[in-house]
Design a protein around this ligand. Structure first.
Ligand code: BEZ
Length: 228
């Protein structure tokens, strides 16, 4: 039993490496990332209702992640044999064809390394035997840097469109020296990064507008739209 939590992960941390069994065979996580973006999302137990709907939704949206160079990988604190049975239910209920790997993390070692567990002790077994919460989403870039961490309560299903939107924002920002405002979706105006002065902004974004000296907005030049 591991009784000491590792240092908490933060945005900008390198995603911890690990070897694991998955429903698609054994992986080394850093090899799995390779040169791709990765969305790693976790579940505390197989055959749980909210998680069942989430996995089906991720499976149905996988082509959109693939189009953006993103590999999906799930994790659940159960065995891969159990995952295999669960996937049959997920596909039946959601009309999905779940193809991405799901890590078998019965011993919760990956969950622990990624600080997915709640405030209880590291084994984290509550009275019903389900680990709480192990309901995280990590967006990891090709340099293996953690770019987003989301953590959900058991009661609240995730929003796959939001995860995709975060990927779009990160990839757009990396490519164009911009940030994205509240509720941004691809096609909306973006914010010129504070490190870009007005002279450079005129070159990069001919149609940029100064709303306040600290808030400058611009459409992305058409050919530069990463998620088009
Ligand atoms: C679920 O409904 O997916 C769920 C239930 C209990 C704990 C965690 C998740």
């Amino acid at each position: 039993m591991v009784d000491k939590r590792p240092e908490p992960l933060r945005l900008g941390s390198i995603a911890p490496n690990f070897d694991a069994e998955t429903t698609k065979g054994p992986i080394n996580f850093h090899d799995f990332i390779g040169n791709n973006w990765v969305v790693l999302f976790s579940h505390p137990e197989d055959f749980t209702p909210v998680c069942t709907t989430e996995l089906g939704a991720f499976a149905k949206l996988e082509p959109e992640f693939t189009r953006r160079g993103v590999k999906l990988i799930g994790l659940s604190a159960n065995t891969i044999d159990s995952h295999g049975q669960w996937i049959k239910d997920i596909d039946e209920i959601s009309g999905s064809n779940l193809q991405f790997p799901i890590i078998g993390d019965k011993q919760r070692q990956v969950a622990l390394a990624y600080d997915m567990l709640d405030h209880q002790d590291a084994t984290n077994v509550d009275s019903k035997g389900i680990a709480f919460t192990i309901r995280s989403v990590f967006v990891i870039d090709p340099k293996k840097t953690i770019r987003t961490i989301l953590s959900y309560p058991a009661s609240t299903g995730r929003n796959t469109a939001e995860v995709l939107r975060i990927v779009d924002s990160l990839q757009t920002g990396d490519k164009h020296r911009v940030t994205t405002p509240i509720n941004w979706v691809p096609g909306d105006d973006v914010i010129v990064h504070p490190s870009v002065n007005n002279d450079l902004a005129k070159d990069l974004f001919p149609d940029f507008k100064i709303i306040k000296p600290y808030l400058r907005v611009t459409p992305l030049p058409k050919e530069k739209t990463s998620a088009a």
